[in-house]
Design a protein around this ligand. Structure first.
Ligand code: FAD
Ligand code: NAD
Length: 465
């Protein structure tokens, strides 16, 4: 039994079924989860036209043809197509076609291998799994504990990705991925945007230069990025007024709180199996929940807190789904590092693309993370603007690349690319990091001229000196 039909639950269910099990999937909202309707898909649908226009504006000749502003209504309409107008018929068809059974309703654990489902008609069904229950319930937006916050009807990521109108003024609270992407999108759609960042940098989980270049890009686009700005008070009388810790106020038509996520485990019956409600469900590398005897409870995707990204959730879903089927059939698992039955990449090679302008992309460890983990490393940096392919891509190309080299094994532990058009470059780095490809062999992986990928050659030349 799978609870939650987001990208993770769908993949896990599919793999468990392919391994020989019959699978029921419980979903309380829309099949497809947050990603399809209020996260990855609508946000990228909002951002892609902004990136296309920004790219055109960096090229003499194209710039003259792209002098206007985005047609916000057309962008929002295309976004609505990508969310299937918040209907899940297509994904339900896929799920049923894949041989899975859909149970609509809110699921709660109800002791060993039992899930009680509150059905849409107000009924209650208790389902018992023969082999395993996999919790794939994702996360919800986390809001700070500010007096009167609910009364100002703040945007969370849900409203920021599904709003039907462009607010004239938008305040964005936060400096993480959602905040940076949504500030980029709504600014491009015409809002006056002020971004209030509590700390001193953007994208704090990436190399420091990623946040610096993204802040530069946001400011160049007209976003008022303010660091060291904590919101201490909110009120709405028509527009929203935010009070900052220094006493100053900011007024906007809408305010987005992009202040992180909380696991969807508060009302999940975790206490019936000896786990704490409201916390991520900690798992081992095969997906088994820690502290629950009997090898029957699994958790995958955002809800286990390992890596809050769709592709990592789907990866865990594929691996843990097969593990569940293998354990049920008594087949031997392969739990060696990088083996078939363990999600090793969660620790070693998680890729991420932040779709800002410039794009900020990274896989594996940053210099600081690698050093803290005790590796003997060297950071190799290169100015992307000096790569021929990048200078052709855009006039005045701004970007930077870093490879973190493990000096003992001469492999890459992490790679970061920041710049326009680098999103599609990231997978080359993911292959190098996950494959632990030695620098000596990367030397023979010749990038085509004149592409931005030539940065690989420049990084290796810089390393070898
Ligand atoms: C604005 C935004 C943009 C993002 N962009 C990207 C991106 O570009 N790339 C990327 O990789 N990641 C992105 N993410 C992260 C990504 O959305 C998540 O990592 C991903 O959705 C996690 O998938 P999941 O299946 O684990 O959980 P979810 O997608 O959250 O799905 C969980 C499902 O479980 C259901 N559920 C919850 N509780 C119950 C219950 N008790 N009973 C039954 N069903 C239940 C929910 O209704 C939901 O359908 C973004 C996130 C946000 C907020
Ligand atoms: N393109 C992508 O891959 C993509 C896009 C969006 C989201 N995501 C994923 O979704 C997850 C959630 O993203 P997110 O941006 O919501 O979370 P986040 O954890 O990345 O960022 C939250 C930010 O809010 C700040 N914050 C927290 N509490 C605050 C408060 N009270 N006042 C002011 N600031 C506060 C934090 O310091 C942090 O900078 C992330 O793990 C991210 O990787 C991925």
């Amino acid at each position: 039994m799978v609870v939650g039909a987001g990208p993770t639950g769908e993949n896990l269910a599919d793999r468990a079924h392919a391994g020989g099990l019959s699978v029921a999937v419980v979903e309380s909202e829309l099949v497809g989860g947050e990603c399809s309707y209020w996260a990855c898909m609508p946000s990228k649908a909002l951002l892609r036209p902004a990136a296309a226009l920004a790219d055109a504006r960096r090229l003499p000749g194209a710039r003259e043809a792209a002098g206007g502003t985005l047609d916000a209504a057309a962008v929002l309409e295309r976004r609505d197509e990508f969310t299937s107008h918040w209907k899940d018929d297509g994904q339900v068809d896929w799920l049923k076609g894949a041989g899975l059974v859909l149970v609509r309703g809110r699921g709660r654990l109800d002791g060993v291998k039992r899930v009680a489902v509150e059905t849409p008609d107000g009924g209650r069904r208790v389902l018992t799994a023969r082999h395993a229950v996999a919790v794939c319930t994702g996360t919800r937006a986390a809001l700070p504990d500010l007096a009167g916050l609910a009364d100002v009807r703040p945007w969370t990521s849900r409203e920021a990705t599904s709003a039907a109108r462009v607010p004239a003024r938008l305040a964005v609270v936060g400096g993480g991925v959602v905040a940076c992407e949504m500030a980029t999108a709504w600014r491009a759609l015409g809002s006056e945007v002020v971004q209030l960042v509590r700390g001193s940098r953007l994208l704090p989980r990436m190399e420091p230069f990623a946040g610096e270049l993204v802040a530069q890009g946001l400011r160049a686009a007209g976003v008022d990025v303010r660091f060291g700005a904590s919101v201490t008070g909110v009120r709405r009388d028509g527009p929203v007024t935010l009070t900052l810790d220094g006493g100053e106020t900011v007024t906007a038509d809408e305010v987005l709180f992009a202040t992180g996520r909380t696991p969807a485990t508060a009302d999940l019956g975790l206490e019936t199996v000896g786990l704490d409600a409201g916390r991520p469900i900690e798992v081992d590398d095969t997906g088994l929940a820690a502290g629950v005897p009997g090898e029957w409870l699994y958790a995958a995707g955002d809800v286990n807190g390992r890596a809050l990204l769709t592709h990592q959730g789907k990866y865990q879903g594929r691996i843990f789904g097969a593990v569940i089927a293998d354990r049920a059939a008594g087949r031997t698992l392969d739990t060696a590092e990088w083996g078939r039955s363990v999600a090793t990449a969660d620790e070693r090679a998680v890729p991420q693309v932040v779709f800002t302008d410039p794009e900020a992309t990274a896989v594996g460890l940053t210099l600081e993370q690698a050093t803290r983990a005790g590796h003997r490393v060297r950071a190799v940096d290169y100015d992307l603007g000096r790569v021929a392919g990048a200078s052709l891509y855009a006039d005045g190309y701004q970007g930077r690349a870093r490879a973190v080299v493990d000096l003992d094994r001469e492999i890459l532990l992490g790679v970061t690319f920041v710049g326009a058009g680098v999103a599609e470059l990231l997978h080359s780095a993911t292959i190098a990091v996950a494959g632990e490809v030695p620098v000596s062999r990367l030397w023979h992986a010749v990038p085509a001229y004149p592409t931005i990928s030539e940065v690989w050659l420049r990084l290796l030349e810089t390393y070898r000196g």
